[in-house]
Ligand binder design. Structure first.
Ligand code: GCU
Length: 609
């Protein structure tokens, strides 16, 4: 099958297969609306045999004639003779948001189904529309309200919602989630990853109340490469023509009035001079108000341009060096996903302590709050979807899933000035199906947002002392980014790696996405002793010496800010299910290599003043 037919085949089938998990794209900035938080204590039932979902013939209860019989009925025994083999009220509780692995010793390594139930009171009003919104559930979730199925979502890191208008009880309601974090080959990510597979409702949950004709989406950013051209688009949830919309930015004394077209849309580009442009040094955010007949939404938005030109990355037209670090969505001090602003601010402050102006939020969409904090604190962001390692490249449903996760990420964060890169994947092995899959994702990213860069961690290989990058995916993306572990996984001791040079096929800015090595915080020895802080320190010094030979080097995000938990790291002394490449240990201690990178970034800050 020719490449073109193959790509058309993937796209066509992906449209079909995405229908099975119909998604309503989440409302933009839904947290700015009237919301009832459903965070807090949820009762949970561990269900490794999915006994609450399938009957003993393994048929799903929610697809039976009555649609009942599963745990989602949330039944309690009324008559003493009644047989019910579950009871949420009498079951234990866990905190939501919060993965189950870090909240119960028994569940630390658990992969499977856990049922979570929250009761809440509602007073639904006529003429209003109601949505249950989940900021993330890992990995596949089936959602039920008062025993009725709302739908299914796949993807552990992107938001989703279900409309519940007309389905809410006046008074008490029962919201039941079947969360299943089982890893599967055809999913995104696939079965092999180097991070902890935290399962459950890992981010916020709330009930949102919206007016009949609500604003489903809007984008307000600078047009590509134009520092005085504001691009404003808006979409109502329905094709409601003639709705009056007023855009104001009070600080600029800017007010623009519009009326939605027959599709309920607005699209405008207007010039506005003397904008105070956003940058890491000057993270200027404007209060933006969008008013309709029934809503008045506030957002905080920064304006900046990002482009590549030859070997340079231009931020607001000026060449920049991305002084970065990679970060996982995990708190090293308190195992589990980052839970709140406090956790996230701690991680980003550590990056600022290192004199970073940039973070790679690896390897999946992080919490929206993390990205909003990057806007506020002045950190550029590489955002990524978990198209990681050995994905099922020829499965159309896998592609549809990856495309949906990339789409949801871009829709969610398109108004965040800090985000400059949409990354479509990490270290994916070369093949024609992989190239087609990734090329289609790159096209998807550009079609959704032509104002940001598209990238991926590409593949490299070695020929003697030459590290060669000629990954064909490099043609399709804006940066030459790749991971290389000279001095750790190959290449001898740290002092020996400066023998390597690079042969890079593309004349584009080079942003190294990963290098590094493990060090057990507090373990000291000579620089050739594996796992010592001195080995890691020497590795960083020699990596920097080796990489600064690359003329087009314009940034890096060494692996990684803090030690993180991984089921692939079993050494009983040095690892204990921790990947120790962090520059900060799981006790929050800065290792010696932290200061090597900080010193290098101080030099680059001076050079790129
Ligand atoms: C890979 C991968 C990371 C992983 C790292 C490591 O490059 O991208 O997710 O943790 O190497 O081996 O520590």
């Amino acid at each position: 099958m020719s490449k073109l037919i193959c790509r058309v085949f993937i796209i066509c089938l992906s449209l079909f297969s995405s229908v099975s998990y119909a998604q309503v794209s989440s409302v933009q900035n839904i947290q700015a609306r009237k919301i009832l938080s459903l965070n807090g204590k949820w009762n949970y039932i561990v269900d490794p045999y999915e006994n609450g979902y399938y009957d003993y013939r393994h048929d799903p209860f929610d697809q039976s004639k009555t649609g009942t019989g599963g745990f989602f009925d949330d039944k309690v025994q009324k008559d003493k003779s009644e047989l019910i083999e579950y009871n949420f009220d009498l079951s234990p509780q866990m905190n939501v948001p919060g993965d189950w692995n870090s909240q119960s010793e028994k569940l630390e390594l658990y992969e499977g189904t856990v049922w979570l139930r929250r009761k809440f009171n509602a007073t639904p009003e006529a003429g209003k529309r109601y949505f249950v919104y989940f900021a993330a559930v890992n990995y596949e979730s089936h959602i039920y309200l008062n025993g009725k199925k709302l739908g299914v979502h796949k993807g552990g890191f992107t938001p989703f919602q279900f409309e519940v208008t007309g389905k809410l009880n006046k008074g008490e309601n029962s919201l039941v989630v079947k969360a299943d974090n089982t890893r599967k080959q055809d999913e995104i990510p696939t079965v092999n990853t180097d991070w902890w597979n935290y399962g459950g409702i890992t981010r916020d949950v709330f009930l949102a109340e919206l007016p009949e004709h609500y604003i489903n989406d809007y984008k307000i950013q600078l047009s590509k490469g134009r520092k005085n051209a504001i691009n404003f688009s808006l979409k109502l949830a329905d094709a409601f023509a003639g709705q009056e919309i007023t855009l104001t930015i009070p600080e600029l004394k800017l007010e623009k009035k519009y009326k939605t077209d027959s599709e309920g849309k607005i699209s405008d580009e207007f010039t506005w001079n003397n904008l105070n442009l956003w940058s890491p040094e000057n993270p200027k955010l404007y209060a933006v108000n969008i008013k309709s007949a029934t809503e008045n939404i506030q957002d905080q938005v920064g304006f900046r341009t990002i482009e590549v030109k030859g070997n340079d990355i231009l931020l607001n037209g000026k060449s920049v060096f991305l002084r970065g670090i990679s970060i996982h969505d995990e708190n090293p001090l308190l195992a589990g996903r980052l839970r709140s602003e406090g956790d996230m601010r701690m991680m980003l402050q550590w990056a600022k302590d290192m004199n970073c102006n940039y973070v790679r939020l690896a390897h999946y969409p992080h919490n929206e709050e993390m990205v909003r904090l990057a806007d506020e604190m002045g950190l550029l962001v590489w955002a990524e979807v978990p198209v990681y390692w050995t994905i099922s490249w020829e499965n159309p449903a896998t592609y549809a899933n990856a495309k949906q996760q990339l789409t949801d990420l871009i829709l969610r964060d398109k108004n965040r000035a800090s985000v400059i890169v949409w990354s479509i994947g990490n270290e994916t092995p070369l093949s024609t199906p992989r190239l087609n899959f990734m090329s289609n994702l790159a096209e998807t990213a550009r079609s959704l947002d032509d104002t940001r860069l598209v990238a991926a961690a590409l593949e490299v290989h070695r020929d003697g002392n030459t590290i060669i990058l000629n990954d064909p995916l490099g043609e399709k993306i804006d940066l030459v980014s790749f991971n290389e572990y000279a001095g750790w996984y190959w290449g001898g001791t740290p002092a020996e790696i400066t023998k390597y040079s690079f042969n890079i096929k593309y004349n584009k800015p080079v942003v190294i996405t990963e290098f590094g090595g493990d060090a057990l915080g507090g373990f000291h020895a000579d620089e050739n002793t594996r796992w010592s802080e001195e080995y890691q320190e020497s590795l960083y010094k020699n990596q920097i010496a080796m990489l600064t030979k690359i003329e087009a080097l314009r940034g890096m995000t060494p692996w990684i800010l803090t030690d993180f938990r991984s089921p692939r790291r079993q050494h009983p002394v040095y690892q204990n299910f921790w990947n120790r490449k962090g520059l900060i240990s799981e006790t929050g201690k800065k290792k010696k290599a932290f200061f090597v990178l900080k010193d290098f970034y101080n030099q680059m800050q001076t050079k790129y003043k």
